[in-house]
Design a binder for this molecule. Structure first.
Ligand code: MN
Length: 455
């Protein structure tokens, strides 16, 4: 199913220059609307599967995906250091991630050149174009990497304060270690799923305050967590920490994360250890990995850190990124989504580099394709809270949906959608979205007797 590509002509150039105030920004011969998440300034990487073909690596441009294995085969990536290695003719980006920043930069620079409106190689080669481009709507997006390990942090001060207040009271909201340590826990990589995967409501033990004994039942406090994740490129040797000023060289790119959580299971199981079953049933991620380089124009100073961090956590350059993040809820059989969260990644107290440096300070080794996530991203206002737990203050302040319905937790059939983008002047660097719909739990009989284990 090769795509007929809609191309930019002179008329589009005029409107583009109008949008950008007459400044000549880089633009592609592939038509890219101003509100597109995927202009030539972005070029995120993903693994896609065209109809009746094997999975392969691509980059998103406008409404299309460019097949990088075709680019490599055509010799157009020669000289980048990534050519002729079957790196893009693969079902994961792990081998590309392992190559490191100089080669990522060379490939990105080459792709921006090949897609530029003034470069004829691809623009004027109709048969190559037909082979190389697919409509995004026609392909299936898969996980971008084989994820060996997944670590989830807890890096938003507002989130940690809200959760601490809910569970321990206002006076003990933030644990004394929190402003010294980027707190995290080792998560479960096997249950990370791509956007669109349906999520089965989990069973577990829970205990209400009013009873002495726990019950075994489907979770009744199902929640989402709005997070940003990042993929590790080159790893480090066991025993050799990653210094903070080299930490970002180990970060390939970012995705949106929904770290599904069962709050009733969590409340019963987690003291004094970290989360276990409350979070191991599913974590959804957006399929396009936005390169760190695409986010450079949106780098800024994060919150002031007081007390000053230990020197191994002191970062020379600004470590925060201005990424606008929205969460939407859509009940079953309804068209309309309600925006329930509107926040920003720049609220995060601990930066990505600080989290990577802290994770490896013991000598813990990272491997290409490992994923870290930030922890729930919340801001100071109510609309900026990144979970139902906080939005409804553990079920005491229901959310009003546009349909008139109310929610305190996520119900069966509800779809949760997270979208994110950096808004530039006349363009945006988008993440696309991560969505997931909740399926009702199996019955207890199915769980116990039939041993069903597939959604
Ligand atoms: Mn989480």
């Amino acid at each position: 199913m090769e795509a007929e590509v809609s191309m930019n002509r002179g008329k589009n150039l005029e409107s583009y220059l109008f949008f950008t105030g007459g400044r000549r920004m880089k633009y592609s011969f592939i038509e890219t609307k101003q509100d597109s998440h995927f202009p030539i300034q972005n070029l995120p990487y993903g693994i896609f599967q065209p109809m009746n073909k094997e999975p392969r690596a691509g980059t998103a441009i406008g409404d299309y995906v460019l097949d990088l294995s075709v680019m490599d085969e055509a010799g157009l990536l020669n000289g980048t250091g990534a050519e002729n290695k079957n790196i893009f003719n693969d079902s994961s980006l792990n081998n590309f991630m392992a190559l490191g920043r100089p080669i990522w930069t060379a490939v990105r620079t080459r792709l921006q050149h090949l897609l530029d409106v003034n470069t004829p190689d691809l623009r004027d080669n109709e048969s190559l174009r037909a082979k190389a481009f697919h409509r995004l709507a026609d392909v299936n997006m898969l996980l971008p990497a084989k994820i060996g390990d997944y670590t989830d942090f807890y890096a938003s001060k507002e989130h940690a304060t809200n959760v601490g207040t809910i569970f321990r009271g206002k006076d003990h909201a933030l644990m004394p270690n929190w402003t010294y340590i980027p707190v995290g826990y080792h998560g479960r990589a096997s249950s990370i799923v791509p956007s669109g995967t349906k999520i089965r409501r989990p069973f577990g033990q829970r205990k209400s305050k009013s009873t002495d004994q726990p019950v075994f039942s489907p979770s009744v406090q199902l929640d989402f967590e709005l997070e940003i994740g990042w993929f590790i490129g080159p790893g480090n040797d066991l025993g050799k920490p990653i210094p903070i000023d080299q930490a970002e060289d180990h970060v390939f790119g970012l995705v949106l994360v929904n770290d599904w959580s069962a709050r009733d299971i969590q409340a019963w199981e987690y003291q004094p250890l970290g989360p276990f079953l409350a979070k191991n049933f599913a974590t959804s991620i957006s399929p396009w990995v936005v390169p760190l380089e695409a986010l450079e124009p949106f780098r800024e100073a994060g919150p002031i850190q007081d007390p000053a961090p230990f020197s191994y956590l002191q970062q020379t350059k600004n470590g925060a990124f201005n990424i606008e993040l929205d969460v939407y809820l859509r009940p079953e059989n309804q068209k309309e989504e309600t925006r329930i969260t509107q926040t920003n990644f720049n609220y995060m107290y601990w930066s990505i580099a600080q989290q990577v440096a802290h994770h490896t300070i013991t000598g813990c080794n990272m491997r290409p394709g490992d994923m870290h996530a930030s922890g729930t991203i919340s801001g100071p206002k109510r609309i900026e809270r990144g979970s139902m737990l906080e939005l409804t203050w553990r079920g005491t302040e229901p959310i009003q949906l546009n349909s008139g319905e109310k929610r305190i937790w996520i119900e069966d059939g509800d779809e949760l959608i997270i979208r994110g983008s950096c808004r530039g002047d006349g363009y945006q660097i988008g993440f696309g979205e991560v969505s997931g719909t909740i399926l009702p739990s199996f019955s207890e009989i199915e769980i116990l007797q039939k041993g069903k284990n597939k959604a």
